[in-house]
Design a protein around this ligand. Structure first.
Ligand code: SF4
Ligand code: SF4
Length: 720
């Protein structure tokens, strides 16, 4: 950022250059001197050369850069071009008041892209952006924007920068900005820190988040006609990518300011922290850009997570928020704090995260009984599929930039338009969400989108060709099975001809078995089935698969006869069984994974009732996991633990809830078996659940929904 002018023709009351504690502008030359420009250009070129930078962006800034006038600006631009050649990208940020046709001619000729500050309609804009005599600047800014929209100047129009003001209506502001047909928009939170906290006039906890979420809703409603840098950056980080702004995310700081006297400074929003805060003590006449990058407050913004305070490092949304703008972290003499906008950033990111459709209170009551009607359990399956789609939508922007994933993303969307049932069937496969959640969170494995697209194309019966990744020697086609790849290959080229893989593919398909009149998938091939944290079997022999089919038929037949109240759950939430290796100690072994709705992993059990009990127990975990996806049953930030009778250590609230829900079903199964031993087991499990339910209800960690849910479970126990 090159400060070409240190004065301004406006006197905005929120200006961080003139109205902040740092008043260094008073001692700077009004305009940058040619010799300073020459030294700056040399420094930038030297840095670009040393680090082989293909692009360097220089933003001409102020004060108001247009005060420098056409001749001085031409000289500056030409000097920069001469030093940096084609790698130079030039921008200019202006209040727009002094824009003329001569300047626009210069900008188009020299490839300078102009950003203009506009805070909304006349009332919103002129609330702050006024001259020293109090006259507003909105009319002149609109005139400048009209000029930039003309076909001959359109190439110089970079976009609009708007400072958020809670006094302005967010929708009216958004509409006013969009009316100017900008190529891009960015919103800036007013600069504030812990010593000078953000103004919250209505007393709300997160008014800035609510304001920006209202803009977001309007943006989505209107079909996102323009990019909004802050929201796009958050969307990108939600898809695992890097932020494009210093305001959020963990991208390394990439900006240095050169003042009109040649001093190197840090980002100028730091002027709001304390007098001299942006200073580095370096200048273009004596120091290199690398010298400046070694400044501790710049270096700390280059090391991602490690540069943040302990609170941010342990924050669940840190990868998206990144501690917010560096300047907003200042307080008590240091920057080792979360952002002064922390609550707003959390709420904003929470509002943009993939959202499930929610459960209405009647369904929550229904599932709280411990059983769940078919309608309620089917609703849980919808929660799961909406999560998968939300993850995919969040991965979309990254996929579009990835050479392997981009054609797959486009194919998947095309199949979804023409053959939605085929895509639905693929996305309903339990391990798709396991992959999608990991790809969103870790950024790894994006290429497997091609496996999804190929499976969807195969189910849809279309013809397509795409490159798919190879995982442990296999091409994974979710819901269909795996195809062996060439030994050692990292990717494979798949030709899909009218719904069949062309050539002579070696397929391994999961087994389909009939159990108590239903078809279940016995999955011994999908590599993502290792998500349960217990050892799965390898490929079953035909005899082993037949034996499993017999066991499942007996177990589900027993359940249908003795505990039919659990059938809706078993129908909707048990579609895939993953065989586990037997427990070497001879115990029972079963598992579920929160991300794999519809799948239960289980080892052989001694008899049908035991296997039925394991399946019902695990399906309770599957159901409750989906309830928790849709509703907050407890405060996730509550660190309290609950004493539970089935373990020596105290459990987090979530673990205690899961135990209650699953053991209640186990108690119920014993209730439907006969004999004194069954009676004893029933009493034991019902006692465990009863005691834990009381602890949960008196412990204070549950939300209102959680209390309602646990009270329903208590009523079920009382009814036994
Ligand atoms: S136009 Fe920009 S530099 Fe000038 S007073 Fe307003 S905010 Fe400050
Ligand atoms: S939301 Fe708050 S705690 Fe979390 S990373 Fe952002 S500033 Fe830090």
């Amino acid at each position: 950022m090159l400060k070409v002018a240190a004065r301004c023709d406006l006197a905005c009351d929120y200006c961080y250059v003139y109205e902040s504690v740092d008043q260094s502008w008073r001692h700077r030359p009004h305009f940058i001197a040619p010799s300073t420009v020459a030294a700056a250009a040399e420094r930038i070129a030297e840095h670009a050369e040393r680090h082989r930078l293909a692009r360097v962006r220089v933003i001409l800034h102020g004060g108001e850069p247009l005060l420098a006038g056409p001749a001085r600006l031409r000289d500056i631009v030409e000097r920069l071009r001469a030093a940096l050649g084609d790698r130079l990208e030039l921008g200019l940020q202006t209040n727009g008041v002094l824009l003329t046709e001569d300047l626009c001619d210069l900008f188009v000729e020299q490839g300078v892209r102009v950003g203009v500050s506009l805070d909304g309609d006349a009332a919103a804009h002129d609330r702050h952006r006024r001259r020293a005599d109090g006259r507003g600047s909105h009319a002149e800014v609109r005139r400048a924007l009209e000029m930039l929209r003309r076909p001959e100047y359109r190439a110089a129009y970079a976009g609009l920068l708007c400072t958020v003001d809670l006094a302005n209506d967010p929708v009216a502001v958004y509409d006013a900005l969009v009316r100017e047909q900008p190529p891009a928009v960015d919103f800036l939170l007013p600069h504030a820190n812990w010593d000078r906290p953000p103004s919250r006039p209505g007393g709300g906890a997160t008014p800035y988040a609510q304001w920006l979420l209202a803009v977001h809703r309007r943006w989505v409603e209107t079909g996102r006609p323009v990019g909004i840098r802050l929201l796009d950056s958050l969307r990108t980080t939600l898809g695992g990518g890097m932020s494009g702004t210093e305001a959020v995310g963990l991208s390394p700081a990439a900006l240095v300011v050169i003042e009109s006297d040649g001093s190197f400074e840090q980002v100028d929003a730091l002027k709001t922290a304390f007098d001299g805060a942006p200073a580095t003590g370096r200048s273009v006449f004596a120091d290199t850009v690398d010298d400046v990058a070694g400044h501790p407050l710049i270096a700390v913004r280059q090391i991602g997570l490690a540069g943040l305070c302990a609170t941010c490092r342990s924050c669940p949304v840190v990868r998206h928020c990144g501690g917010g703008h560096f300047a907003h972290r200042y307080g008590d003499g240091h920057f080792d704090n979360p952002s002064a906008y922390c609550a707003d950033l959390q709420a904003l990111i929470g509002g943009l995260l993939p959202r499930p459709p929610g459960l209405d209170p009647a369904l929550l009551d229904d599932l709280g009984t411990g059983y769940g009607t078919p309608a309620a359990v089917v609703r849980l399956a919808l929660v799961h599929s909406s999560f998968v789609r939300a993850y995919l939508a969040a991965l979309g922007p990254r996929a579009e930039r990835d050479p392997l994933a981009a054609p797959a993303w486009s194919l998947l969307r095309a199949v979804d338009r023409e053959h939605p049932a085929a895509v639905r069937a693929v996305l309903a496969h339990p391990f798709v969400r396991t992959w999608a959640a990991d790809a969103s969170g870790s950024g790894r494995g994006l290429a497997q989108l091609a496996g999804l697209a190929a499976a969807a194309a195969l189910r849809a019966g279309v013809t397509a060709e795409l490159t798919v990744p190879v995982h442990k020697g296999l091409v994974v086609l979710p819901s269909l099975g795996v195809v062996a790849a060439e030994p050692g290959a990292a990717v494979a080229r798949l030709h899909i001809d009218h719904g069949a893989v062309a050539g002579d593919p070696v397929w391994q398909r999961p087994h389909e078995v009939t159990a108590a009149g239903r078809t279940l998938v016995l999955d011994d091939v999908d590599p993502y089935r290792d998500c349960f944290g217990v050892p799965v079997t390898g490929r079953l022999t035909a005899a082993e698969a037949r034996s499993w089919a017999g066991r499942l038929d007996d177990a589900l037949g027993w359940a249908a006869e003795r505990i039919p109240q659990y059938l809706p759950g078993l129908e909707a939430a048990l579609r895939v069984v993953v065989p586990l290796r037997p427990d070497p100690g001879g115990g029972l072994r079963s598992a579920t994974a929160r991300s794999a709705f519809g799948a239960v992993a289980v080892a052989p059990a001694p008899d049908a009732p035991s296997l039925a009990t394991l399946l019902v127990h695990e399906v309770q975990h599957v159901k409750l996991g989906a309830v928790m996806d849709a509703c907050d049953l407890f405060d996730r930030a509550d660190p309290r633990r609950v004493a539970v009778p089935w373990r020596k250590d105290r459990r987090p609230i979530e673990g205690a809830l899961h135990g209650c829900y699953a053991f209640a079903a186990v108690a119920d199964v014993w209730r439907h078996r006969s004999g004194p031993a069954a009676r004893e087991q029933f009493e034991r499990y019902r006692g465990w659940v009863g005691r834990t339910v009381e602890q949960l209800l008196t412990g204070g960690g549950l939300t209102a929904g959680g209390v309602r849910f646990v009270e329903r479970l208590r009523a079920t126990l009382a009814g036994w």
